[in-house]
Design a binder for this molecule. Structure first.
Ligand SMILES: Nc1ncnc2c1ncn2[C@@H]1O[C@H](COP(=O)(O)OP(=O)(O)OP(=O)(O)O)[C@@H](O)[C@H]1O
Length: 277
């Protein structure tokens, strides 16, 4: 295999802010099942996210993007290397509710109202009822769902459900938000709108976000850095620094700088395929 692995540019990785997510030579191997050999899903992935940074992972299907997120979320232990979140193990970070997770499917509890869904993590944390209701109502307003507190998930559109699941993930004021293709199932206009809202929210709350998407344009629109991964075994192929001014609006996609970055990102993705094939 002639795959090249560009070393991440230290200039873009280094910032003065503390490191919030740290992957050190992370490898994940899934054990053989039912006639299939072992699957090396991730190989030697090192990546750090500084506080307040928005980093996206892009790469072909099966390159290990979700696997990397699952390592940070303590849903999966790495086979080699280590990960820390907010200076502790992912498990400790999860128990302290320093991690918020948003999936592609909103994963809301259908039998609970939107308010009760958003309050759930606080309930598990033992926060008093009055306090958790106050916080949940604020978040519901923040994500643009005021008026739908008593609605059930099935009464909401896909975009509204994703807003609710973002509010729920933010309810414990996590230090790190992990988002796995949160807008992948939405139509383009709803997706654009939620991208704008997430841009604003992440800026305002100075959130540290690790975001998985298949769309290089979505990644560039939102991120400070875009990590391009190569096909299995997933490795970091290159890292693009997105030096577009903030606050950003959808119109930035017409900016020649944006177009050049999108071309570069696409070339990196295609290069990964060619090197692999
Ligand atoms: N629990 C598991 N057991 C065995 N193999 C797994 C398991 N979870 C993931 N894999 C394999 O690991 C590889 C990486 O999967 P992962 O879901 O992380 O990829 P991805 O980049 O997120 O893909 P997609 O873009 O399609 O969501 C894939 O080959 C997948 O089949």
């Amino acid at each position: 295999m002639t795959q090249t692995q560009q070393a991440p540019d230290p200039k873009i990785a280094a910032t003065a802010s503390p490191v919030l997510v740290d992957f050190q030579s992370v490898g994940v191997k899934f054990k053989a099942t039912g006639g299939h050999g072992d699957v090396l899903a991730l190989d030697d992935v090192s990546l750090t996210l500084a506080e307040g940074e928005f980093v996206s992972l892009v790469g072909p299907s099966g390159c290990g993007k979700s696997t990397l997120l699952r390592v940070a979320a303590d849903l999966l232990a790495p086979s080699s290397g280590r990960a820390t979140v907010a200076g502790q193990s992912p498990k400790a970070a999860r128990l302290r509710r320093d991690i918020g997770f948003v999936f592609q499917d909103s994963a809301l509890l259908e039998w609970r109202t939107i308010l009760a869904n958003v309050m759930l993590p606080l309930e598990l944390q033992g926060v008093r009822h009055a306090e958790r209701e106050k916080r949940a109502l604020e978040l519901i307003r923040l994500v643009g769902l005021a008026g739908f507190e008593r609605a059930y998930p099935r009464q909401l559109s896909g975009g509204m459900r994703q807003r609710a699941s973002i509010a729920r993930a933010m309810s414990t004021a996590p230090k790190v938000l992990l988002m796995d293709e949160p807008f992948g199932a939405l139509d383009q206009i709803t997706r654009d709108r939620l991208n704008m809202e997430l841009l604003e929210l992440s800026q305002r709350q100075r959130m540290t976000v690790l975001f998985v998407t298949h769309s290089i344009r979505e990644a560039i629109l939102l991120s400070d850095r875009v990590v391009v991964m190569s096909p299995r075994p997933g490795r970091i192929r290159s890292i693009l620094a997105i030096d577009l001014a903030r606050p950003r609006h959808l119109a930035v996609r017409n900016d020649p700088k944006f177009i050049a970055l999108a071309q570069e990102g696409l070339a990196e993705l295609e290069g990964g395929f060619e090197a692999h094939g």
